[in-house]
Design a protein around this ligand. Structure first.
Ligand code: MET
Length: 409
């Protein structure tokens, strides 16, 4: 019942338009079940009257199989989560995907599969990355050491014991863009993980550019409503087997309710991304014209990225935290990709655990604010932002003052 037939997978693959895949992905067993919405299976255990057969299924899951005759136990497999995984894989143009309890659990599993299991304990990473990922890779907690390089210097950092290259594009928090194909070429066969959380599969499909693992914090755009925590890695069936093994052993599973909500979020993902991106483009232009704004970082569409997205980073003259404090509509909070517009100060929050010097060196100055544009009316967002910026007491610095300010940070 929980196994998707080869024929139904083909049906999804044959759909080429992303809006249609977003609505119908992972739902091909529903007609057979006679239901309209995917059932949420909350079972923690599954009866196995034939214990030998149950044991065989357990053995199959334990080696990372995609299917077995029974889920046996919720840590091994869950049909509601599997539907979300199938849908996300279709959107990312990969064979499959593996879901986790959070984005960080997903990153951890990739490092464990590509570095720890493969006994290649060296990682090459391009900064900036989400601060949590950076902290995980720097901490040594998983027994790996990490060399940080600029995107153009990845080849020079690869060693015989390098198990993984990690990039995020657009990068959290400053929206730096990385040429994925160039990084993949430089990696020379070492698996490349691309964090695609900011772009979403609607704007960018890293696997089509050679990425081995495509990671999402599903908590963000995929869920889309700020009410579900989850992570997912889209990849080949072969890579997924190791990730499932890690997930089973470590217990980093996504709860079925999370799987349901992430799956439901996918249906409206194209519309949400399109609407929020439209507003973000307007806001990025207006911010760039504002006297209180020093610079704006907003991606450009390219062959790799089909649109500009709904994330904006900008630097303010004066105290960035004061701007946040004065906002009345925009939500002052970490996270992104929700229906409401969110703003946060990366140096204080999302990137707090990255050493300040290193953060600044990777293009994240202390005056940078990050906005995730939501679905409110663009004029209401602008009214709130512009009045918060206007209210801030600042003296527009002369070039000399600016040098002094920079040096004192
Ligand atoms: C706990 S920090 C927040 C997490 C989230 N990944 C963000 O970038 O906003």
């Amino acid at each position: 019942m929980f196994v998707h037939s080869a024929e139904s997978v083909f049906t999804i693959r044959a759909m080429t338009r992303i809006e249609t895949i977003a609505v119908h992905g992972g739902r091909d067993d529903l007609a057979e079940l006679g239901v309209h919405a995917p059932p949420i299976d909350l079972s923690t255990t599954y009866p196995v009257p034939d214990q030998a057969l149950g044991g065989q299924a357990l053995g199959d899951w334990a080696i990372g199989a995609a299917h077995a005759t029974s889920p046996v136990y919720a840590r091994l497999h869950n049909p509601t989560v599997a539907r979300f995984e199938q849908a996300l894989a279709a959107l990312e143009h990969t064979e499959t995907s593996v879901a986790f309890g959070s984005g960080m659990a997903a990153v951890t599993a990739v490092v464990q599969a590509a570095c720890v299991m493969a006994q290649k304990p060296h990682v090459v990473a391009v900064r900036p990355l989400y601060g949590g990922t950076d902290h995980l890779l720097s901490s040594g907690l998983l027994g790996v050491t990490t060399t940080y390089v600029e995107a153009g210097l990845v080849a020079s950092a690869i060693r015989p014991d390098t198990g993984l290259v990690v990039v995020e594009t657009p990068a959290n928090p400053n929206l730096d863009l990385v040429d994925i194909e160039h990084v993949v070429r430089q990696a020379g066969g070492v698996p490349v993980l691309v964090d695609n959380t900011f772009a979403t599969p609607i704007l960018q499909n890293p696997a089509l550019h050679g990425a081995t693992y495509v990671l999402h914090s599903g908590t963000k755009y995929l869920g889309g409503h700020g009410d579900v925590l989850g992570g997912v890695v889209a990849c080949s069936e072969e890579r997924a087997a190791a990730l499932r093994q890690v997930r089973i052993i470590t217990g980093a599973v996504l709860h079925p309710l999370g799987g349901y909500l992430l799956h439901r979020g996918l249906a409206t993902l194209p519309l949400r991304v399109e609407a929020a991106s439209r507003s973000a483009a307007v806001l990025a232009d207006r911010l760039a014209e504002h006297d209180a704004v020093e610079f704006v970082r907003y991606p450009v569409a390219s062959r790799q990225m089909r649109g500009t997205g709904a994330m904006i980073a900008f630097g303010v003259h004066g105290d960035p935290t004061e701007v946040v404090r004065r906002l009345k509509l925009v939500t002052p909070a970490v996270s992104l990709g929700s229906v409401d517009t969110l703003i946060e100060h990366p140096s204080a929050l999302t990137h707090r655990l990255v050493p300040g010097e290193e953060l600044r060196a990777s293009g994240v100055p202390d005056n940078l604010l990050r906005i995730s544009v939501g679905l409110e009316h663009v004029e209401d967002i602008w009214e709130d932002l512009s009045s918060a910026l206007c209210d801030v007491d600042y003296v527009k610095p002369s070039p000399t003052d600016f040098l002094v300010m920079t040096a004192s940070r």
